[in-house]
Design a protein around this ligand. Structure first.
Ligand code: TYD
Length: 137
């Protein structure tokens, strides 16, 4: 599971004079079953969120409103993505360290996740994450 598995997914967008509609179906527009949705909002300027990796969780992150950046890191390479479109999402596979920053005022970050919340699925310490990655290779 390298950084190359993580990518911007273009979501369906139905547009007319009354506005836009985007939908996301599990195992279709995202490569996993959606079992949880959560969202970040009222994030203060300058805040950094994330700072962890997941062992098994797949996620899609969408900027529902405003914008923010996501830096992903597989231990070998880091990439920064700027999210600011409600019809695009960043897919993040398991075993990827991520940090979210540069939140605009009023931004909303929605996350679709492949499983329920489980603290045991987290690496919250970068060195432990790197050790686990090394044993994978
Ligand atoms: P965390 O995943 O660390 O947030 P972020 O990566 O955005 O900084 O979660 C923050 C807190 O919220 C932590 O105490 C766990 C809790 N939490 C839940 O209880 N359920 C959830 O679905 C999520 C994502 C977090």
């Amino acid at each position: 599971m390298s950084i190359n598995h993580c990518k911007i997914m273009e979501l369906p967008k139905i547009s007319n004079a009354q506005g836009n509609l985007t939908f996301i179906e599990g195992n279709s527009h995202v490569p996993f079953d959606i079992r949880r949705v959560y969202y970040l909002y009222d994030v203060p300027g300058g805040a950094i969120r994330g700072g962890h990796a997941h062992k098994d969780l797949h996620q899609l992150i969408v900027a529902m409103s405003g914008s923010f950046d996501i830096v992903i890191d597989d231990g070998n390479e880091k990439r920064r993505f700027h999210l600011n479109r409600s019809y695009q999402g960043l897919y993040i596979c398991p075993m990827i360290w991520r940090e979210l920053d540069n939140f605009s005022s009023g931004s909303v970050c929605m996350v679709l996740a492949s499983n329920l919340y489980d603290e045991d699925d987290y690496y919250r310490d970068y060195d432990s994450f790197m050790k686990a990655r090394e044993t994978m290779e």
